[in-house]
Design a protein. Sequence first.
Length: 775
Amino acid sequence: GQLERLGLSYDWTRQMAAHRPEYYKFDQWFFLKMYEMGLAYKKMTQVNWCEFDQATLSNEQASGGICWRCGSAVTKKNLEQWFFKTTAYADQLLDDMAEIEAGWPANVLKRQRDWIGRSEGAYVDFKVQSSKFQVEEKNIESIRVFTTRIDTIYGVNAVVVAAEHPIVQAHLGELSPAVIAKIKEIKIEKMKPADREAEIEKDGIDTGLMAVNPFSGEELPVWIGNYVMMEYGTGAVMSVPAHDERDFEFAKKFGLNIKQVIVSGQQSVVGDQPELSEAFSDYGSLINSGQWSVKTSEDAKLEMSTFATANGFGEVATTYRLRDWGISRQRFWGSPIPIIYCRSCGVVPEKYENLPVRLPDTAPFTGTGESPLAKVPEFYETVCPNCNEPAKRETDTMDTFVDSSWYYFRYLDPNNAEMPFSPDAAAYWAPVDQYIGGDDHAVMHLIYTRFWTKVMRDIGLVKFNEPAKRLLAQGMVVGETFYNEEGGKRVYYPPSGVMVERDAKGKVVGAKSTDGVSLTWAIERMSKSKGNGVDPDEMIDIYGADASRLFILFAAPIENELVWNESGIEGSVRFLQRVWRIVWKWKERIHGPRSKVQSGESTPEVRKLRQKTHQTIQRITENLEDLQFNTPVAALMELSNAIGDFKVEPDQANEGEVFAVREAIESLVLMLAPFAPHTAEELYEQFAGNGDGMLANGARFPEFDPELIKFDEIEIPVQVNGKLRSRVLASPDATTDQLQELALNDKKIKEYTNGKEIVKVVVVPKRLVSIVVKG
RNA sequence: GCUGGGGUGGCGGAAUUGGUAGACGCCCAGGACUUAAAAUCCUGUGCCUUUAGGGGCGUACGGGUUCGAUUCCCGUCCCCAGUACCA
């Protein structure tokens, strides 16, 4: 966790997994289970392929057909890839969030909800009329659209499909050259780098094909639109310009007809409506919609989808943004996918007793986009588990997220040779009480591991739905960066060689490199290429491990992003040194076993120090329960200040004073242990009288005594007309009347109340007195 | 644009069932110790004002509710994060 906060972590578990056959044996075990359940399947997909790097790239790495690293062209390649059916669990992933809502950060759940992106609506089929269709007359061809607003279907002016839609492919022969050209243009445009902020202008063309609105019987043109995505829904939409912003924009641009079919509220309107200046996308009541007119949107949606189902041209449908999880990787490391291809038996899963399928020691780059393992005959040449004929292994390996989805369950039963872990061990230990991870895992890792848990539940390994009851997403440590972008490419300058100009308030207004280049200032995740990283070894050399850790915990709440700034770390060093000096100052008097019961005289000073000690124990105990780490450090500092303020020299201290000091120091040292363990252990030797350490000596986190926390006297603020005017001292048990009496007789308060009418006195016991006067 | 989270001193941040705003630390200033420096210790430190006691203002901005608002409500501005022609 600390390394992660320093922005320097790499995932140990995932790296380890790649080198441990006994571990990835069970990745393969799980794969076979999923294959049996129909949750693992293979399909043809397109991947980005960088010729220069000879590697497959993700979408982010290949924005618009250019490799982010080398800048060379990226081509699309067809590859058969393995997938896990995460979409089969989409509803559970959403609905089970109720179980973990209390313990997971809201923004993580929200991001997951968006990522899954459930959308409820209906499919509607629009029959296509074309010359080709008329000739063949075999299968009735239709375009299926997805809509969340079936109630607006009488307002459809066109069916708009993506350029890649199969209907376009099927009718290529009938399309005019202009349409073919436009399709090409749109496809090329989509390949270009996507400017995040820029709004893409609507573009499209009428294909000449016609489709029929199954509700109204209207004949509608089929358009191709650049704003329709093949990847979502069905790749085709019904265009309702009056009630959808995008369709409105599209219709305006191409002069298509805009027909309003929903009006707000319950008005029953006959005839034409005034022309709309923008799309009206709220719910309302239907107009110009045949038998459905006057109904509300809500009712119409239900009834119209039922009607469509009954008449065979549609159905209620839910779509998701979530895709199935592509687990194929063309790498020579990672757990091999245990599948064998046999000429006569086809796709055959490996037998459980043959697991693990082992990786070769090394494999060459293929340069083709295929896995390096495809060049290693010793690896892929095998026999079919079914018919024993020569066969070929799958050469793809699994995504490392597969390992990270369940690694922590292996901790429950690490030596189990038969199964990933025994259900008994899981029943005893799991689910996880507290999971800690970086914010950056919110949607990928944490969705996969939730999915995995549901699969484990369905194969009987566990009995719960969710892997972790509580999640802490700690913030990252980030650093200042300086770069120049003029050459088209970002060039980073190490912060040490940058002159920063700040305004009177200390805000950065500009920066220049030593050779005079003006630079842009930013705060970014640490990385070597940006030169803003912090080397923990260096920090430990200079300040020590304890001070470094203490500072990171103290500087900001754990969930905050922390902008690295070394100026505060000296404070941690000073604090630890101060504690050290306190212990050494008192070490002759605090040696040996301590009794729980106070002995000696109890002066006000002694009581005060003991009170502070026990209050601090209480605060820190509560803070740690809430996973707050910055405020306990502050509390420890306060306690050490209080000990420092106790003005008695060790050689003059009486029994009672020694008791109080010893209790304070020992509590301080014990509570310091989680934050600065090395220092705390060394100091603890002074109490233990041996070097065996806290655990061996049976040390415990201190407990507070509720009796000692009570105050003899508390300060009660007194307000007059809402303004703080005085403070009075009172017993914490003082009654309302006593407090009112005290406040009204206070000298300062009298100055404010003299000659005025007291309208009201509000007394909050133990808290304050508020007086309202008039005149 | 939408969604989520925020806006508190020079800085990181404390404090919220509505009850003394600024804990703790950093920075800065002054002092003690020292031939001197470092280290350490002490004092001060939200802003304005006053000789002083004190007074006024202050939790992004403008309103509201309340004896009392950093906290609750309405509106505005700004920042951060996520996300996107999601039909």
